[in-house]
Design a protein around this ligand. Structure first.
Ligand SMILES: [Zn+2]
Length: 298
């Protein structure tokens, strides 16, 4: 196989393989690459400007996708450019996204694998340490987050989360359409949600919110009324039921007390019995309640 064939299989745009080394025993492949002839103007990694003038050239070694059973390492020539704006800077190489010793497509393959398996499993599959896989995954996610347009926030979810005695509550804002958490702040006062509106959304974005799902915590609704008055507020079903149940509970209790002394004695210690739906009670329990509760049990 000639260097030319290696270049074709490697497929690093703008680069060619000029030397290789195959170790059959260790199952490793090393490829030395440099810029192709028509690709001689390195780009400044600071500003993206193309430059002819360069300071020096060094070799960098990165792990790339395997070739069959062979673990592949690419040794690439990297220039340092003299940029009039940024000074001496490393050139930008699309396949080298960070200082870590991995090619971009290697990190993408590992990051993708992490979406459906634990870091430890991915590490075993790729023959790396779990900690290495975790940092690759972090970089992969960061790049993906900066590279994509965030979907517009139309349906907003606001929740409070209890995190323990010290911090107590966190306010969590999420995009209900995509199911993504967007932001969290410490505490659950109105100012916390105000801060989200002030720092995370521009006026236009606030106007585009159509609905917000919140629990029945007044601080949140106040903040929404102030910053997104057009937005319709939907109460979380769980919290509506919680309030409704409390109301029913109160009515039932009031009814018992209205029955007077004899009934009250019977009621004492039977709260759960009283809150059970009549149809779900067995005969013995119904008998237990019937004498004092003509108005409710009937
Ligand atoms: Zn520059």
């Amino acid at each position: 196989m000639r260097d030319h064939d290696f270049t074709k299989i490697l497929r690093w745009p703008g680069y060619r393989v000029y030397q290789y080394e195959i170790n059959e025993e260790a199952k490793t492949l090393r490829l030395w690459v440099r810029r192709k002839r028509g690709n001689r103007k390195p780009e400044c990694s600071g500003c993206g400007r193309k430059l002819v003038d360069y300071q020096d050239c060094r070799e960098r070694e990165v792990r790339d996708l395997p070739w069959g059973e062979f673990r592949t390492t690419v040794v690439v020539e990297v220039y340092r450019v003299r940029c009039p704006d940024c000074g001496v800077k490393a050139e930008r190489v699309p396949q080298l996204p960070s200082k870590a010793p991995f090619s971009k497509r290697f990190e993408e393959a590992v990051g993708l694998a992490c979406e459906s398996a634990s870091a430890r499993q991915v590490a075993r599959r790729w023959g790396s340490a779990a900690s290495t896989v975790r940092s690759i995954d972090r970089r992969y996610l960061e790049r993906r987050a900066t590279g994509r347009r965030k979907p517009a926030l139309k349906q907003m979810g606001v929740d409070e989360i209890y995190v323990g005695k010290k911090t107590k509550f966190l306010t969590l804002v999420s995009n209900l359409e995509t199911g993504e958490p967007l932001w969290f702040g410490e505490g659950r006062q109105q100012e916390v949600l105000d801060e989200f509106f002030q720092t995370q959304l521009r006026a236009g974005q606030r106007r585009r919110i159509e609905a917000a799902c919140v629990d029945m915590w007044e601080a949140f609704t106040n903040s929404i009324h102030q910053y997104a008055p057009q937005c319709r507020i939907v109460y979380d079903k769980f919290h509506v039921l919680q309030h409704a149940n409390q109301a029913i509970d109160e009515v039932r209790r009031a009814e018992f007390f209205r029955q007077g002394g004899r009934a009250r004695d019977l009621v004492r210690g039977k709260r759960w019995l009283l809150l059970t739906r009549w149809v779900n009670l067995d005969t013995e329990k119904k008998d237990n309640l019937t004498p004092c509760l003509p108005s409710i049990a009937a």
